[in-house]
Each structure stands twice: as structure tokens, then as C-alpha cells.
Ligand binder design. Structure first.
Ligand code: FAD
Length: 385
């Protein structure tokens, strides 16, 4: 079947594209063409067995599934079982390890105190009072006005500088919505009732989502190279960068990006946890991932372990990870969204299309909603584009 016979074309096979394609094929019974420019499906959730150690890992950064959305949980469980992994984050500051987000252990350990939970709020309020900041003008002042200067300097300043590539006093206060600190020793990173890592990895989910005779997946195929071969009245679900879709006519949306450096070490367990943050600015990486800890149920017997250093850097729509946001980008985004709304047969979504950070469960929730819109709008023959 040539490309022009497909009335439904999904661009991108990450969670957004794969879920829409699955629903279109399975629920709506339509043939779907999925175009993926990479050599694998799954977008940034792609996972593989590491060639040397056999340890299963996520090549675009550690992904922990967590949700409070029952519909999403029931949907995803049709395609995988999860292990019982619960995420915990630790951070290293001046060669000492602390719990994150800041909790009672972090505070007591950092200050050398033995505060009780009911004493924490007063203690933090006193620390904040010493700063004299009442009307924070930037990220630094806002963070300091939430936890006080010592905790900010130790755990937030260096990490944020590395993450955003500029000192926090030059970042807008709006970037920081909240800075959670816990008055207990609770070290769970997420509070969602459903959490875990897919037992067979994320890639097995995508294989199942797309395993339908009505779905044709074309890897190594960039939408922009074959766009002219598609039917003029095809309904296109685009999950790539939004500015690229319109040839950047309103300007480029800004992205932060990541680089990863893999290393195999001759020890069974390097850091005792799956993700260790590095809070200090003089350490060039932001985190070290050790994926063997994501699968406590697996019997990894090798005496070696895989570690992955994560570096934050400026990105572009060629390697986008985190939307930068802010007034300038929001204004550009608005213009592109108007362009999208003018085209009845075009649906845009996902983290790149919506220029929004979505967790996986949010991506799936929006994809399920978008599928229903597509189905409702195209019940009859799609209108010409
Ligand atoms: C470092 C990092 C860690 C994360 N950790 C977590 C976590 O722990 N838990 C969690 O819930 N979420 C996490 N997320 C979020 C998660 O990655 C996203 O929710 C999810 O990947 C979004 O899926 P998507 O389909 O929108 O985008 P993507 O996964 O990026 O998929 C888009 C796909 O479109 C393809 N594409 C783009 N343009 C074209 C084109 N022109 N032609 C053909 N194909 C194209 C791309 O190659 C890609 O495969 C993390 C994100 C990052 C960046």
C-alpha cells in the first residue's frame, strides 16, 4: 500500500503517537501509517539491554512511570506489568549524600540538628525571615524566600545553574512554582498510588501498542521528506517540534537538552541507588544514573555495573528535551497554535507538539483525549486540507 492510501498518518512513535495510533486502529478500526524518523519506536522512552552488561536501561534518561489517573493506569496495564519500584532521589553536596526533595533528614543532616516534624515549619520560617526578601524578583530570590539561604546555596543554586546554563539570579521567578520541603522522613519521590518500571522495559510496551495489522510503522522516515507522498485529505497527527512544522515562520521555540556519558565499572553496585543528583556547580554533570537499581526483581549477577552521567546543555528543535518556556516562547507558541487551529485535518500533541513538559501518564491522558477528538471530527470523510 503506498503512503497516499492512508487517511490517518501519525508522525512520531513516542507515547503520544503510539497511543493515538493504537486507538485509531484498535478502537476505530482504521488503517494507520506511523512515521518515525529514528531507527526505533518509543520516542524518548525507548529502552534496551546494555550490550556489555545486559542491564536494561533507558537511553534518553531514566523514566519512572507514576500516575494517579485510573484511566491511564488501566489502559497501560493492558500492555505491560510493572515491578514494584518506588523512586527515591539522593543528592551529593560536598561529598556528602542527602535526601531530595528536602525533607527532615536533609535538614537535620545538613544543619546537624535533631528537629521533630512539628518544629520544621517554624525553623524554615526563621531561616526565611533572616533573608528579608518579601518580593522576590528572580529565581534565586524566590527560592531563598521559600527555604532560606543555606539550603538554597547547598542544594538548589549549583544544580539550577547547571540545569539552565545560567545563574539563578538571572532566571525569572516564574520558573519556580513551588519548592517542596517535607516535614517528615518520607523519602518517596512520588506520592502517586501507581508507580513502577515496566517488567520487560518500555520498548515492549511500544511493540505491543503498535502490533496491529492495521498499523504500518515506517522507521528512519522523516515526515518532512515524504510529506508530498501523503494523501491531500489525510488526517495528520503530528508529535514533532511545533515550530519545525511551520518552517519556523514565527521564530524558534527554545529547548534545553541533555548529553549522556555511559561507563561500565568493575563493581557490582556503584552508588546504591538509581539516580544520584550532584548539587555542586564544580561537578560538571547534574546526575549519575545506575539503571540496575530500577529492576530490583532482576537477578543481575554480573560483577560490573552501568553508570550514565547526565549533562545539561543548550538545545534546539533537533535535540529537544525540556521546553525553556517564558514570555518570549509563550508568545511564539500562541502564533503556532493559531496556525494549527486553522487546519481541520491537523492534530498536534505530545511534549514536542504542545511545547510542554509532560510526564508519561499525562502524555497518555492527552493522547487518549485527542484520539476521541479525531474520531469525532473524522466520523465522516476527512475534509480536504
Ligand atoms: C530526561 C527526561 C526524563 C524523563 N523522565 C520521566 C519520568 O521519569 N517519568 C515520566 O512520567 N516522564 C518522564 N519524562 C517525560 C517523557 O519522556 C514524556 O512524557 C514522553 O516521552 C512524551 O512522549 P511524546 O510522544 O510526546 O514525545 P517523544 O517521546 O519525544 O516522541 C516523539 C517522537 O516523534 C519523532 N519525530 C519527531 N519529528 C519527526 C518527524 N519529522 N518525522 C518522523 N518522526 C518524528 C521523534 O523521533 C520521537 O520518536 C522524561 C523526559 C525527559 C526529557
Amino acid at each position: 500500500m503506498s503512503f497516499e492510501n492512508y487517511k490517518y498518518v501519525v508522525v512520531g512513535s513516542g507515547f503520544f503517537g503510539a497511543v493515538v495510533a493504537e486507538r485509531l486502529a484498535y478502537d476505530f478500526g482504521k488503517p494507520v501509517l506511523v512515521l518515525e524518523k529514528r531507527n526505533h519506536v518509543g520516542g524518548n522512552c525507548h529502552s534496551v539491554d546494555h550490550a556489555e552488561t545486559g542491564i536494561h536501561y533507558h537511553i534518553y534518561g531514566t523514566h519512572i512511570f507514576h500516575t494517579s489517573d485510573r484511566e491511564v493506569w488501566e489502559y497501560i496495564n493492558k500492555f505491560t506489568d510493572f515491578n514494584g519500584y518506588h523512586h527515591q532521589v539522593l543528592t551529593t553536596h560536598r561529598d556528602k549524600v542527602y535526601q531530595m526533595p528536602i525533607n527532615l533528614e536533609t535538614i537535620n543532616s545538613y544543619y546537624g540538628l535533631n528537629l521533630r516534624p512539628f518544629e520544621v515549619s517554624t525553623f524554615i520560617a526563621e531561616e526565611v525571615g533572616k533573608t528579608g526578601i518579601t518580593n522576590p524578583r528572580n529565581f534565586e530570590e524566590k527560592a531563598v524566600s521559600m527555604v532560606g539561604r543555606p539550603l538554597y546555596e547547598a542544594f538548589i543554586k549549583g544544580y539550577t545553574t547547571k540545569q539552565w546554563g545560567c545563574p539563578p539570579d538571572q532566571l525569572p521567578a516564574t520558573l519556580l512554582q513551588r519548592l517542596p520541603f517535607r516535614t517528615s522522613y518520607d523519602e518517596n519521590y512520588f506520592f502517586d498510588p501507581w508507580q513502577g518500571i515496566p517488567l520487560l522495559g518500555y520498548s515492549s510496551i511500544f511493540d505491543k501498542l503498535l502490533n496491529n495489522p492495521k498499523i504500518r510503522v515506517e522507521l528512519n522516515t522523516d515526515f518532512f521528506s515524504i510529506q508530498h507522498e501523503l494523501a491531500g485529505d489525510a488526517c495528520v497527527v503530528y508529535t514533532g517540534p511545533l515550530d519545525k512544522l511551520f518552517d519556523y515562520r514565527h521564530g524558534h521555540l527554545e529547548w534545553r537538552s541533555l548529553s549522556f556519558e555511559e561507563e561500565v565499572l568493575d563493581v557490582q553496585d556503584y552508588q546504591g541507588t538509581s539516580v544520584m543528583n550532584y548539587a555542586d556547580e564544580n561537578v560538571p554533570y547534574t546526575r549519575i544514573h545506575e539503571p540496575r537499581h530500577l529492576h530490583p526483581e532482576k537477578d543481575y549477577t554480573e560483577s560490573q555495573t552501568l553508570t550514565i552521567k547526565e549533562y545539561s546543555r543548550q538545545g534546539s528543535s533537533d535535540d529537544p528535551y525540556y521546553p525553556v518556556g517564558g514570555d518570549r516562547n509563550r508568545a511564539i507558541l500562541e502564533k503556532y497554535l493559531i496556525d494549527v487551529s486553522r487546519n481541520n485535518n491537523l492534530f498536534v500533541g505530545g511534549r514536542l507538539g504542545d511545547y510542554k513538559y509532560y510526564d508519561m501518564d499525562q502524555t497518555i491522558a492527552v493522547a487518549l483525549r485527542t484520539y476521541k477528538q479525531i474520531r469525532d471530527r473524522t466520523q465522516n470523510e476527512p475534509k480536504p486540507r
